[in-house]
Write a protein that binds this ligand. Sequence first.
Ligand code: ATP
Length: 263
Amino acid sequence: MRVPAVQVRGLHVRLGGAVILAGVDLTVAPGEWVTVIGPNGAGKSTLLRAVGGLLPAPGAVSLFGTPSGALRRRERARVVATVAQSPVVPAGMSVFDYVLLGRTPYIAPLGRESAADLAVVHDVLDRLDLTGFHGRELATLSGGERQRVFLARALAQGATLLLLDEPTSALDIGHQQEVLELVDQLRRTHGLTVLATMHDLSVAGEYADRMVLLADGRVVAAGPPDQVLTEELLSRHYRARVRVVPGDHGPLVVPSRPGPPRH
Ligand SMILES: Nc1ncnc2c1ncn2[C@@H]1O[C@H](COP(=O)(O)OP(=O)(O)OP(=O)(O)O)[C@@H](O)[C@H]1O
């Protein structure tokens, strides 16, 4: 078997005195798209933060066969790029300069960006439909425009592993598809590996090769979308009434209000 892109073994995380992750195992193969789902507070962001090296996880996480703790900051940044749920936005920074920050791991300390770095930034902005936003201050963008800029910075980083925490939560349905199609296309053309979290279960199932259902800091189900997106599992762990119907690219999860149908 090939060396996994991500290997998590027995990950325990305690924060503020509470157990947040209680022995999580997870493997993501190179080129695979795995999406972690689960109710609010299940521990999805915490898991991604631990995989991305933003939380200490001694001995529990390996990236492409190297223990995460052994990677230096610049080395890690060339391997893994994270799009967090609400990244800190530097005050007064333009869209172009923010996306250019993604090239930091390739620029020598005290050095300047190269023409190739600038070309990468232009290309990514173009692909994400952000060409008209170059000079705009980040703080003046709408939530959806800003979310595309966060993704642009991660793509400019050129890492092989992309960690996406709710990457499309602020996007309209058109931009949601555009962004996810772009990520999937990069996955196929550049061998990108994707580990994501998503609340839109139908969309999650359309793009993921495998899904992991997290509840109360534990993995309660894992497998292809049709094995995880079942009415039984979703009603048990989300306390939601849903119908699961077949779709073209995976099961579609439709909320179903209790009571007789309205005519
Ligand atoms: N620094 C912290 N101190 C204490 N508790 C924390 C800390 N960070 C996160 N938590 C708690 O850990 C739990 C898991 O949080 P996490 O953000 O990983 O959940 P999530 O599954 O991503 O949720 P959501 O779907 O709402 O984004 C939550 O109950 C949260 O309040």
